[in-house]
Design a protein. Sequence first.
Length: 214
Amino acid sequence: MPETTPKLFLLARRAFLALTLGLATFALAPAASAAPAAEGFVQSNVQKGLAILNNKGLSAEQKREQFQGFILGLTDMKRIANFTLGQYRRTASPQEQDAFAQAFQGYAIAVYQSYFSKYSGQSLRVTGSIERAPGDVVVQTQMVDPNDHSGQQPLEVDFRVLSDNGKLVVVDFSVGGIWLALEERDQFSSFLGQNGGNIQALIKHLGDLAKSYR
């Protein structure tokens, strides 16, 4: 056997160990944080929603239509509806689930517009974020009123952002520490508990509520 064989073997072994170590290091390296993307997503998109509501050149109906398109592009409404239905989703028929999701969408858009209308003239400032899990980020923001000189702390509004196959969507938001989807799930569960789990009654109730916000 030529004398160069052990040297070649040694070099190959070193190369193999270096490659193995490199792969192990790569595998142990933390994945890139989703927080910056989520923060940018919230900053730019929520500002668009506020701009719609602040546009004095639009009629109330035009604002409602444009804000609806904005909300549907920003949120995963189906996911939120399923969440708020809670334990009753397991016993609901597919037809009931679809009807509820449709009713919930109309209700949620009315609620969101009502919430955001309270901050007309204000701007959104991202103050930080918390990564709950890979692709699951809570973006912390403040609503800043340029005309408020009281020195009080601006209202905190947080958004939970999920990465759904690379697409960022908002699945909940909190105002003053109260998460809207969690609050709605509790309210809907209470309503269904008092009405024998009748989802059709809840659907009608959501329609009435949506009208009350307009």
